[in-house]
Design a protein around this ligand. Structure first.
Ligand SMILES: Cc1ncc(COP(=O)(O)O)c(C=O)c1O
Length: 445
C-alpha cells in the first residue's frame, strides 16, 4: 500500500504566516504563492509534509535536485559523518581525499576515452561560468554558440547563453558579448514547421545548415570556442532533440575545431535513465557541467572536462566553497545510489511516458507528451490542430494538481514537467496520474 497525498487546507494558517513574512523579508525570486503555496516542514522519499500537516507527492523534485528523494538515509548519514569530522577546509588552498574520490567517480562515468579533470563549483550557473573560462583559456577562442530557449543560469556572463525568457534579461544588458543563438531542433515546434517526429533527419539538417549558412556568414568559425547545449532542454520545455542531432553537431564541431559543452545541470545524474543524458545520443562532449542533483540537496556543482583545456596556473579560477566536503560526501553517496537506480528509472520512466501519451490521445488540450526516463513533460495547447500555446490552462492545471496533493512544475511557455525522484514506484505514478487527470478536468470546467 502506497502512502497517498492528503491535503486539507492549502495554504493552511501556518503556511500563510510564513509566506507573508517571506515576502516582507526575502528578495523576489520566481515564487508564485497563488499556484504553489507550499511551506515544507519535512520530506522523505517522494513525500513532502507541510507545516500544516498536508502531504504531497513531489513530482518536481525541488526543481530537479532531489533525484534520490528527500532525506535519503544514506545521504543523511554521509552528511552527518562528514559534518562531525570537518565542514570546510578550502579546497582552493588545502587538500582532502573525498574531493578526489568523487572526481574520479565522475571522470570514470563520463563518456570520452581521454584524460579528464574536474572543477568544483556551487551552482549550475557557476558551473557554466567555469566552463566558459575553461574554453576561453584552453582554446584561446572567445566566442560561443548557444540555443534559443536554452537555460544555463542567471549570473551576468551566463545570461549571455540563456535565451529562455526575456524577463531573465530585462535591464541586465550588456551581458557577455560573442554569443550567437541558433534554433534547437524541437520536433514539435521549430521555425521551419517540420514535423520533426516524422522527419527527424530533415530537422537536424536544417539546424546544421543554419550554423553553416547563417552563423558562419558573419562569425569566423575559428573564433568559436564551444557550442553550449542542453542534451534535453529543461526550462525550455523538456524538449528532446532527434536521436541523430548531437552526432551531426559533433561532426560540424570537429570540422572547425570547436568544443561541445554539455550542460547536464538539470538532465544529468540519472534523470533520463543513464547517468548523463548525452549518453542517449552516442557522443562524448568535451565538457559536462553538473549541478542540482549531484549533492542530494546540498549545493554542489562543477565541470568534468577534457584535461587538455585545464587551468594550468594557480589563480586562474577558484571558489571558496567549491567542493565543500559535506556536499562532496553527499555527492559520493548520490553517485552510487543513482548508478543502482538507472534500470529502475528506465522502467518507471517508460511507464510514466505511456500514461502521459494516453492523456495526449484522450485530451485535445495536450498537444505533445515527450521525454526520456523520468524527464517527462506535456505541452498544453488550445487545440492539437493549431498548436496554439495555452499557458493560462497550464497554470490552472498545476494549481488544481497542487490543491490535490501533487506538486508539478511548469516549464517552457505552456508545458508541465513530471520529474519525480528516481525512486518513484509505478503505484505512485498511478496515484499521480489519477490526481493529474482530475486536476485537468477541474481546470477545463
Ligand atoms: C540546464 C541548467 N543549467 C544551469 C542552471 C542554473 O543552475 P543554478 O540555478 O544552480 O545556478 C539550470 C537551472 O535550472 C539549468 O536547468
Amino acid at each position: 500500500m502506497v502512502v497517498k497525498p492528503n491535503v486539507k487546507e492549502l495554504p493552511g494558517p501556518k503556511a500563510k504566516e510564513v509566506i507573508k513574512r517571506n515576502f516582507e523579508l526575502l528578495a523576489t525570486t520566481t515564487q508564485d504563492p497563488e499556484t504553489l503555496p507550499i511551506v515544507i516542514d519535512h520530506g522523505e522519499g517522494i513525500l513532502v509534509h507541510d507545516v500544516d500537516g498536508n502531504t504531497f507527492y513531489d513530482f518536481g523534485s525541488g526543481v530537479g535536485v532531489l533525484n534520490v528523494g528527500h532525506t535519503h538515509p544514506k545521504v543523511v548519514e554521509a552528511i552527518k559523518k562528514q559534518a562531525e569530522k570537518f565542514t570546510h577546509f578550502a579546497l582552493n588552498d588545502f587538500f582532502y581525499e573525498n574531493a578526489i574520490i568523487l572526481a574520479q567517480k565522475l571522470s570514470e562515468i563520463s563518456p570520452g576515452d581521454f584524460p579528464k579533470k574536474v572543477v568544483y563549483q556551487n551552482s549550475g550557473a557557476e558551473a557554466n561560468e567555469a566552463m566558459m573560462k575553461l574554453v576561453k583559456y584552453g582554446t584561446g577562442r572567445k566566442r560561443f554558440i548557444a540555443f534559443y530557449h536554452a537555460f544555463h543560469g542567471r549570473s551576468q556572463a551566463v545570461l549571455s547563453l540563456t535565451a529562455s525568457k526575456w524577463v531573465q534579461q530585462d535591464r541586465f544588458f550588456p551581458t557577455m558579448p560573442g554569443v550567437e543563438h541558433i534554433p534547437y531542433p524541437n520536433p514539435y515546434r521549430n521555425p521551419w514547421h517540420i514535423d520533426g517526429y516524422a522527419d527527424p533527419d530533415e530537422l537536424v539538417n536544417r539546424v546544421i545548415e543554419f550554423i553553416e549558412e547563417y552563423v558562419f556568414r558573419h562569425v569566423p568559425p575559428h573564433e568559436v570556442g564551444a557550442i553550449v547545449f542542453e542534451p534535453i532542454q529543461g526550462e525550455g520545455g523538456y524538449v528532446v532533440p532527434p536521436k541523430n542531432f548531437f552526432r551531426e553537431l559533433k561532426k560540424l564541431a570537429d570540422n572547425y575545431g570547436i568544443l561541445l559543452a554539455d550542460d547536464e545541470v538539470q538532465m544529468g545524474v540519472g534523470r533520463t535513465g543513464k547517468f548523463w543524458a548525452i549518453e542517449h545520443f552516442g557522443i562524448a562532449p568535451d565538457t559536462i557541467q553538473f549541478g542540482k542533483a549531484i549533492g542530494g540537496g546540498i549545493p554542489l556543482a562543477g565541470v568534468v572536462h577534457r584535461a587538455d583545456i585545464a587551468f594550468d596556473k594557480p589563480g586562474r579560477h577558484a571558489s571558496t566553497f567549491g567542493g565543500n566536503p559535506v556536499a562532496i560526501a553527499a555527492g559520493i553517496e548520490v553517485v552510487e545510489i543513482v548508478k543502482e537506480l538507472l534500470s529502475h528509472v528506465q522502467e518507471v520512466g517508460e511507464y510514466l511516458h505511456k500514461r502521459l501519451k494516453e492523456f495526449e490521445e484522450k485530451y485535445e488540450v495536450i498537444g505533445d507528451a515527450r521525454g526520456i526516463g523520468l524527464a517527462q513533460a506535456i505541452e498544453i495547447v488550445k487545440s492539437k490542430d493549431t498548436k496554439e500555446k495555452n499557458p493560462k490552462l497550464r497554470n490552472a492545471i498545476v494549481k488544481e494538481a497542487v490543491k490535490r496533493g501533487l506538486i508539478l512544475l511548469g516549464c517552457g511557455d505552456n508545458s508541465i514537467r513530471f520529474i519525480p525522484p528516481l525512486i518513484v514506484q509505478k503505484e505512485e505514478i498511478d496515484v499521480a496520474s489519477e490526481i493529474f487527470e482530475n486536476a485537468l478536468k477541474a481546470a477545463l470546467e
